[in-house]
Design a protein around this ligand. Structure first.
Ligand code: SF4
Length: 429
């Protein structure tokens, strides 16, 4: 979502005559779009901000705009601590940012723009200009989240769930496809509840309708979405996906824990059995689909036995990939206030263990792909390795392929020749 916000700001700022540069210390303004989902993400930003001190004291630039969740949380404190921070705006005030940056630049003002409330939204209406990859783009379909998982800061900093207008989404997606984008990822904290907050004539609009409408855009080759909530992943979504077409059979279904007690305390609203039943329905409807998950270890009060239930769930489901994290207390959330926190060393041990288990599973799944041919969208030069392009299968597996640079952006048949838990290698067929 931050990459998407960055893409839209890029469109808004260049549209106002600003020019983008790689030379951040030589620039007039540097924009940070921050995350505060974990403490580590915040610490990284604070350390990055510190690096600008010398440049500021010597040249009085660059000024910095600090946006996103961390800006919402830390607010006015940041310009006091780092005087080179001149604009601070939360994720629901993106619409005010281009004017604030111009004002801060031309008039030297400090602009702190907090959210006007958890339901207020001052959005930026501007087509995103993808930077990192011109073949793929994100489109946010909803802001905020109403789920209030007990460990999560998102509803507190990104506000309540608000679906974007479907016509606006289609317009944005069409303009991206007309501009040459081949793959779109629809974004939201819980995309599955899209449309449920509509009360007017759009009240029949559901995520499955939107998915089907975007999928029918002429020229779009691949459509993905993230993230889903297991409770709201309804069968109408599977029906649309199983119709084939451009919707990729790749689903991220965050489970977060394998124990019913921990799931209840996380306020996830499903049991292990219900989650497993959903996985069964997905696999029945979409044989061969890739399923990934998110998992937290060391949630407050998680016993060794409960942790082992997470391990056994990984083994039972055999996810393609698991995004794992040690629980990170976020101030203001119910879980952070608990006095039965798991010690850091124990969380680290549990994290190593789940990663080892998942690596074996991912390795076996990827190994089984060797010798077979898949359609791969070659979307960028590989970060390492001369003459290699990097692409993805429809199931979102990363593939490295020896191919000429002019093939970038095309979809090719690739025979997989080697694999690791995280990536495949292959030859053009
Ligand atoms: S659904 Fe996701 S974003 Fe929403 S509160 Fe739960 S973890 Fe946070």
């Amino acid at each position: 979502m931050n990459a998407y916000d960055g893409d839209r700001l890029r469109g808004a700022m260049t549209g106002r005559g600003w020019r983008e540069t790689d030379d951040v210390f030589g620039s007039d303004f540097a924009i940070f779009v921050t995350c505060c989902i974990r403490d580590k993400a915040e610490q990284k930003v604070l350390s990055e901000l510190g690096r600008f001190r010398a440049s500021w004291e010597r040249k009085g630039r660059p000024r910095i705009a600090l946006l996103g969740c961390m800006a919402e949380r830390a607010g006015a404190e940041l310009p006091k601590r780092f005087p080179w921070v001149r604009v601070v705006a939360g994720p629901r005030r993106l619409g005010a940012v281009p004017d604030a940056i111009t004002d801060a630049y031309e008039n030297g003002r400090v602009r702190v723009i907090p959210s006007a409330g958890p339901r207020a939204l001052d959005d930026l209406y501007c087509a995103p200009v993808p930077n990192a990859n011109r073949h793929k783009a994100y489109v946010t379909i909803a802001h905020g989240c109403d789920q209030f998982c007990s460990y999560c800061i998102v509803p507190h900093v990104r506000g309540r769930f608000a679906s974007r207008d479907p016509d606006e989404i289609i317009r944005e997606a069409s303009s991206l496809v007309e501009g040459g984008v081949k793959e779109i990822t629809l974004l939201g904290q819980n995309v599955n509840t899209y449309g449920r907050d509509f009360v007017d004539g759009r009240s029949g609009c559901r995520f499955s309708n939107l998915l089907s409408d975007v999928a029918s855009l002429k020229g779009l080759r691949r459509l993905r979405f993230t993230t889903s909530h297991p409770v709201d992943f309804t069968d109408d979504i599977l029906d649309v996906m199983s119709g084939g077409g451009v919707i990729c059979p790749s689903i991220n279904l965050p489970v977060q824990a394998g124990s019913d007690k921990v799931l209840r305390e996380m306020n996830r609203r499903y049991t292990r059995a219900e989650y497993l039943a959903l996985i069964g329905r997905v696999r029945d409807a979409l044989p061969g689909a890739a399923i990934t998950t998110d998992l937290i270890v060391g949630f407050p009060g998680e016993t060794e036995r409960e942790f082992e239930e997470s391990v056994s769930l990984l083994e039972e489901v055999r996810f393609d990939l698991a995004h794992t994290a040690a629980y990170s207390p976020r101030e203001g959330t119910p879980a952070a206030a608990r006095d039965d926190q798991v010690p850091a060393g124990e969380k680290a041990r549990r994290l190593v263990r789940v990663n080892e288990v998942q690596a074996l599973i991912s390795r076996a799944i990827n190994k089984s792909m060797e010798g077979r041919t898949f359609e791969v969208m070659l979307d960028e030069a590989a970060p390492r390795g001369e003459g290699l392009l990097q692409g993805r299968t429809v199931t979102d597996k990363v593939v490295l392929v020896r191919a000429p640079g002019e093939m970038e952006g095309s979809i090719r048949g690739v025979r997989v020749t080697a694999s690791t838990p995280w990536c495949l290698e292959g030859d053009l067929t």
